[in-house]
Design a protein around this ligand. Structure first.
Ligand code: GDP
Length: 412
């Protein structure tokens, strides 16, 4: 199976994101044949300067007629692998999708207009990427044609963005900052002849260097227990494997209860199987019954090592989605995989309004709709969690009030 790398593209409006995506699709031959032809025609008519943003608008219309998803996803491929570009239309939707897990980007591409330079939105985007823990970053300095392909201007912006990312706790590989002209096609798929001073990779070459997230199947075992059935004197623990593999005879530890056990049998659709991997819904029996007294829905069967974080206090980045604000000391229900328990909000830090992107430093007393903050939650019991980038399913959660989902959160 070919690898697929998902990356999110962000940039200040008008800095040329649509043009860049259009150019990537065109240069990799990933547009539908009629669109390829249209660009070729436009290119001839306009002296080699097709309006890619226009092509993207057309694609967008078609996409909206076909499907209703709230992040626009675009696909292209190189010889090495397939790519999905997650184009984040609005900050609110973007944050919601990133945090609730409907979108998982392995890398981010930040676009800057060479002429305009870093803008407020560029800073906010950098802040959000840091907040979400996206570690692989690429920065493209676009519209180099408008600054006469100036090396000096590029170096100046390169320093500024490196410093700004550093302010938000992120580091960027200098090779991953690339001067391009999306409109002219320089340094996107082809090097072109305008920037001989630049000896680094083209955008496509640099994309191919990014690393795909390791497959969940290769991760540590996390098997959240959904239910327990008693059939013919045998207790079967059922659930869907969130990460890793399990097999008969394997040593496991349930968390948060901390009881160890050995897997007796693995059952798929009621039939005995030798092993199962992430994504599969299975049942297991245990060799001895002693752990069963402690195991209930919500316990997570784990590898002996590494164990998850087991704690009654949790710090996480939370996106608030309800019209009724969250206030300090409020009690809400916490749901992570099959774990479900009440918690109290004991601290609200670093609030960010996802629409205006205004950052409110320090501690706050409340969190309003579409705001993001770092929360400290005091649980009424223990929970077993992982870091989001290691095991997405046990690294993210939702908060519920009555029966409404009011927030999504990720653990870093
Ligand atoms: P978005 O809002 O970031 O998606 O920006 P668009 O892709 O719509 O581009 C905004 C404007 O910048 C359009 O008029 C584009 O033609 C223009 N533009 C985009 N990339 C380049 C470039 O590399 N060079 C020049 N000169 N103009 C560009």
């Amino acid at each position: 199976m070919r690898e697929n790398l998902k990356f999110v593209a962000v940039g200040h409006v008008d800095h040329g994101k649509s043009t860049m995506i259009g150019r990537l699709l065109y240069d990799t031959g990933s547009l539908p044949p009629d669109k390829m032809e249209e660009v070729r025609r436009m290119s001839e008519e306009s002296n080699g300067q097709p309006e890619f943003a226009f092509v993207m608008d057309h694609l967008e219309e078609e996409r909206q007629n076909r499907i209703t998803i709230d992040t626009a996803q675009t696909f292209f491929k190189t010889a090495k692998r397939d790519y999905t570009i997650i184009d984040a239309p609005g900050h609110k939707q973007f944050l919601k999708n990133m945090i609730t897990g409907s979108t998982q980007a392995e890398a981010a591409l930040l676009l800057i207009d060479a002429e305009e330079g870093l803008r407020e939105q560029t800073h906010r985007h950098a802040y959000i990427l840091g907040l979400l823990g996206i570690k692989q970053l690429m920065v493209v300095v676009n519209k180099m044609d408008l600054v006469d392909y100036s090396q000096q201007r590029f170096d100046e912006l390169k320093d500024q963005i490196t410093k700004r990312l550093g302010d938000f706790g992120m580091s960027i590989n200098p090779d991953m900052i690339i001067p391009i002209s999306a409109q002219q096609g320089d340094n996107v798929a082809n090097k072109g002849d305008k920037m001989a001073w630049f000896t680094g990779m083209t955008m496509l070459q640099a994309l191919d260097v990014l690393e795909c997230a390791p497959s969940l199947e290769d991760g540590m075992l996390r098997f959240p227990i959904q239910d327990m059935y008693r059939i013919d004197d045998e207790t079967i623990l059922v659930g869907r494997i969130a990460s890793g593999k399990l097999e008969a005879g394997q040593q496991i530890i349930f968390h948060p209860c901390g009881k160890s056990a050995t897997i007796g049998a693995v059952k798929k659709f009621g039939e005995e199987a030798t092993a199962a991997i992430a994504g599969e819904s299975v049942g297991i029996t245990l060799k001895t019954d002693s752990a069963l007294k402690a195991v209930t829905r919500g316990e997570v069967a784990c590898d002996v090592e590494p164990s998850p974080m087991v704690s009654s206090t949790l710090e996480a980045v939370v996106f608030w989605m309800s019209g009724m604000p969250l206030r300090l000391k409020d009690r809400v229900e916490f749901k992570c995989a099959t774990q479900q328990l009440n918690c109290q909000v004991v601290r609200i830090d670093n609030r960010l309004n996802s629409s205006s992107l205004e950052i409110i430093d320090g501690e706050s007393n409340e969190l309003r709709e579409t705001e993001v903050a770092r929360l400290t939650l005091k649980m009424e019991g223990y929970v077993a969690t992982d870091k989001f980038d290691q095991v997405p399913e046990t690294g993210r959660f939702v908060l519920m009030r009555d029966t409404d989902t009011v927030a999504g959160g990720v653990i870093h």
